[in-house]
Design a protein around this ligand. Structure first.
Ligand code: NAP
Length: 285
């Protein structure tokens, strides 16, 4: 049976480091601030935003919520971002995705000052990640790397397979594994013989968005299995992209859902926010 990679425990350690740094910045006169924008009333987005605000409060980060109605126009949203870009007490800006269909996500991400882009979605930050010279790392992939480090799971030389190529998870995940000298394959909906590819993986990351998509036959004995999925099963219960009960007996390590990758994503967001504030502090000195 696999060892469970406990995202709650690892994230608690990260959050404690963040809290210490937030207090140190406070001593220097900087109160770390995060603006959280949510547009519309998507219940999943509301849950994510509430969790992020709660984590900020626990770490001593001031979070300001901007809850905008579904009818918000592109100009109104960009106007708010412009105001927050200029607001000194705000070090990080997060716009919860997905946005309602009539809003242009790409333009919204591009409008955020890269120095306040704590999600690391802006093309400038994505470019920095590509060349391995960055301030912020995207929260979910960076949280996963942190978890691998915590459990002393080596990446160098390992066969790493990422299922999913989204800009927020799959692609940056592949990049971070590559930077740690993994041999990386990225799979997607057009991949043929997917199970044959995933069965080669020493480290398998599933970021697909389909409940229990990864079955035991797709996993090598002794693999490290990272489940990014936040899905609902046939009974409406939260589950991941991995069929946990079937895969866990084969794997060496596995993340549960909930309690695996999710808490690490939030911890990394806090870390990025404090990094943004520290950079402001360093500029001022
Ligand atoms: P996404 O943008 O929908 O991307 C899904 C990816 O899966 C796409 O690249 C897609 O391929 C691929 N895919 C779909 N069907 C496939 C198939 N049959 N075989 C192989 N690949 C397939 O999703 P995302 O934003 O990356 O999120 C993925 C999951 O992670 C979701 O459940 C989401 O809720 C969750 N998530 C969790 C966290 C967290 O903190 N735990 C953070 C972010 C996301 P194509 O590119 O070819 O379409």
């Amino acid at each position: 049976m696999a060892t469970i990679l406990d995202g709650k425990a690892v994230s608690a350690a990260v959050k404690q480091e963040v809290k210490t740094e937030v207090e140190a910045l406070k001593q220097k006169g900087i109160s770390v601030g995060l603006a959280v924008i949510i547009v519309g009333d998507n219940p999943a987005s509301r849950t994510y935003v509430n969790n992020k605000k709660k984590a900020c409060a626990e770490a001593g980060i001031v979070s300001e919520e901007y809850a905008l109605p579904e009818s918000t126009t592109q100009a109104e949203l960009l106007g708010l971002i412009d105001t927050l870009n200029k607001k000194d007490s705000i070090h990080g800006i997060l716009c919860q995705l997905p946005l309602p269909k009539h809003l242009d996500e790409k333009a919204v991400i591009a409008a955020i000052n890269p120095e306040k882009d704590v999600d690391a979605f802006h093309a400038v930050n994505v470019g920095h990640i590509m060349i391995g010279d960055y301030s912020f790392l995207p929260c979910t992939p960076a949280g996963i790397m942190e978890m691998l480090k915590y459990y002393n799971i080596p990446v160098a030389g390992k066969e790493c397979v990422v299922i999913g190529r989204s800009n927020i998870v799959g692609k940056p995940m592949a990049m971070l594994l590559l930077q740690q000298n993994g041999t990386v394959t990225v799979c997607h909906s057009k991949t043929v013989h997917l199970a044959a590819v995933t069965a080669r993986a020493d480290i398998l990351v599933a970021a697909v968005g389909i409940p229990k998509f990864v079955t035991a036959d797709m996993v090598k004995d002794g693999a490290v299995v990272i489940d990014v999925g936040m899905d609902r099963d046939e009974n409406g219960k939260l589950c991941g992209d991995v069929d946990f009960d079937a895969v866990a007996p084969k794997a060496a390590f596995i993340t549960p859902v909930p309690g695996g990758v999710g808490p690490m994503t939030i911890a990394t967001l806090l870390k990025n926010t404090v990094t943004a504030a520290r950079k402001v502090c360093e500029k001022e000195l």
